[in-house]
Ligand binder design. Structure first.
Ligand code: NAG
Ligand code: NAG
Ligand code: NAG
Ligand code: NAG
Ligand code: NAG
Length: 550
């Protein structure tokens, strides 16, 4: 581990030494590039033309299968050498436990944050308890999903972690149960938890999801990344099966897209959107809405349309086509129950006949050890989506967020998140537009939503989605771009005149934020924010909350 952590520093040093030479070359290249880019057709057009010729080889690959400038960015989560070792700070008789909540990915955020919470409190962390009772009903414990020994040893310098509470005088210490407010910051932990911990010696924080502030000290943020991106590793059986699935996708073709599609009836009912199914749909979703008491009371059917609705499978297909992915592309779809079933999926399959899922590329027998456990199944999808060349979602749930952050950290592999607000209107007017105009508008609206470096400003979005503290830029990239940079995060816009053939959009990622200020209250005032960001809502119906917390 240590060598892995050190590697980045070496790179940095080397770049610093070479910077003067490189900047000279860079400047020359830059002039050349700007000349070329004036003469050449826009990259987007190239992509589009290539998609028509329907070949997955050739020049267009560069554009659709990788992000611009990605090679200049890398994950960096090493601790500063002033960061004290766990032995130096861990106080005896301070044990912190947590019980996670929600689906696998929401639980992952809780585990990550729990390590940092223990560090803040100078406490020993007890291996987190997984949520076995939520909507997702999975009886797996931590060590059946994650490699527990790896977790403990990887973090041994940061936090002392034990498998269970120690025994004292013949019996196991029992933990005092309590909750901590959402987005609690360092001071909040010290004020609210530390006194209880000192008194009771063992505390278990329940329903531990999003209980740690977004903004923290750099060192705590880096620790979060060490946990999330290095220490949390699935168990060997899960990893092996996940890799097998990935290999099978790659046997089909060099590149593949993974789509995380959430289109379950309950979720659609919750969204209050119209998915074009007419009266039948209204009736069916209305019936589901009435089953959820809270929904019936507080979520009016309409009023939520613009930008607040997950894309339908057909819309996802249209978007991908417009972005230049041809019909020969292989697509892996991770989804639960799809409202309308095959009928709903048919248009997407027509766009992408090479349509795969766990069930089509693995046998029942192979999946048997996983299929009764929703979290293990979710973990397999997580792996295939993580490894994909291009990851696409139609929703803004926990899996979408975690993978978006993870893919930034590990090299900015393209991660397409629909700019639903803009696309919604475009889909409505599609029948009036030629394909060229439609596609060009999609490409314009999706700028800033493709998972490229610096699309989202540091501090915006939740930390798990935008781990900016843990993403470092090499000096070459800085030198190369600085003269053209107009505004932070808008560096790519310097090529605007070349690529832009649609309306000028200067807005950045419009995925609604988990709000930036680390207030201690549960967020309530999100009623006019997009409904898709369901984990910021204050639910009364816990079952519904769990369902939505994937
Ligand atoms: C944790 O330990 C460090 C180093 O001994 C100390 O500075 C800090 O105040 C301690 N914090 C708590 C919450 O005990
Ligand atoms: C987790 O589950 C496995 C299998 O059921 C069991 O052997 C193990 O003791 C459990 N671990 C904990 C910490 O409960
Ligand atoms: C299409 O254009 C016509 C005429 O401009 C307009 O009346 C109609 O509302 C448009 N339809 C859509 C779906 O935008
Ligand atoms: C874009 O083009 C317009 C005119 O076509 C020009 O006035 C403007 O300066 C150009 N902008 C950039 C950033 O090159
Ligand atoms: C939300 O609604 C409030 C009051 O209705 C309004 O002042 C605010 O601008 C709205 N915010 C957004 C992002 O639409």
């Amino acid at each position: 581990m240590a060598s892995q952590r050190r590697r980045h520093h070496h790179c940095h040093k080397r770049f610093r030494l070479m910077a003067p030479v490189i900047s000279g070359i860079a400047a020359a290249l830059l002039v050349l590039f700007s000349l070329l880019s004036i003469l050449a057709p826009s990259p987007n057009d190239t992509v589009y033309l290539h998609s028509h010729s329907s070949s997955s080889g050739g020049k267009s690959d560069r554009h659709v299968w990788s992000s611009k400038n990605a090679e200049h960015f890398h994950g960096c989560s090493d601790a500063n050498n002033k960061f004290l070792k766990a032995e130096a700070i861990t106080k005896p008789n301070r044990y912190l436990g947590i019980a996670t909540s929600g689906g696998l990915n929401q639980q992952r955020t809780g585990i990550t944050d729990a390590v940092v919470a223990a560090r803040i409190l100078n406490a020993t962390l007890v291996i987190p308890k997984l949520d076995q009772k939520s909507f997702w009903k999975d009886s797996s414990n931590f060590s059946e999903i994650f490699d527990v020994d790896w977790f403990i040893s990887y973090l041994s310098k940061d936090v002392k972690i034990i498998k269970q509470l120690p025994r004292k005088g013949g019996k196991t210490l029992s933990a005092y149960s309590m909750r901590v407010p959402r987005k609690c910051n360092e001071r909040c932990y010290i004020n609210r938890i530390l006194p209880v911990l000192m008194k009771k010696h063992a505390v278990q924080l329940n329903k531990f999801d999003y209980r740690l502030a977004n903004r923290l000290d750099t060192e705590y943020q880096k620790l979060r990344c060490r946990v999330n991106y290095h220490a949390l590793r699935f168990t060997n059986p899960i990893l092996a099966m996940g890799k097998k699935l990935v290999r099978r996708m790659r046997m089909n073709s060099k590149h593949y897209i993974a789509l995380h599609l959430r289109f379950e009836p309950d979720m659609l009912a919750f969204s209050g959107c119209d998915y074009g199914g007419g009266e039948k749909e209204q009736k069916e979703l209305g019936a589901i809405r009435r089953r959820w008491k809270t929904l019936h009371r507080s979520n009016p059917d309409k009023a939520r349309r613009q930008g607040k609705c997950p894309l339908t499978p057909e819309e996802v297909g249209l978007m991908l086509r417009a972005l230049g992915y041809g019909s020969d592309v292989h697509i892996y779809v991770a989804s639960g129950e799809v409202y309308g079933g095959e009928e709903t999926l048919a248009p997407l399959k027509a766009f992408f006949p090479n349509f795969h899922s766990k069930d089509t590329i693995a046998t029942k027998e192979e999946l048997e050890p996983f299929s009764k456990f929703s979290s293990r199944m979710a973990a397999l999808d997580f792996i295939v989506c993580d490894e994909s060349d291009v990851f696409v979602t139609n929703n803004n749930g926990n899996m979408a967020k975690i993978l978006a952050g993870r893919r930034k950290y590990f090299g900015h592999k393209p991660t397409i998140r629909p700019n639903a607000k803009k696309l919604y209107r475009l889909f409505l007017s599609r029948s009036n537009l030629t394909w060229e105009v439609f596609a060009s508008n999609v490409r314009t609206f999706q700028r800033g939503f493709m998972g490229e470096p610096k699309e989202v400003r540091p501090g915006r979005s939740g930390f798990h989605e935008n781990p900016s503290t843990c993403i470092c830029e090499d000096s070459v990239a800085k030198v190369e771009r600085s003269p053209l940079r107009r505004k932070y995060g808008k560096d790519i816009a310097t090529k605007k005149n070349v690529t832009n053939d649609g309306p000028d959009v200067d807005d950045e990622s419009e995925w609604p934020d988990m709000d930036d200020d680390d207030d201690l209250s549960d967020e309530k005032d999100m009623s006019n924010e997009t409904i898709l960001d369901y984990d910021t809502l204050n639910f009364e119906d816990t079952e519904l909350e769990e369902f939505l917390s994937d």
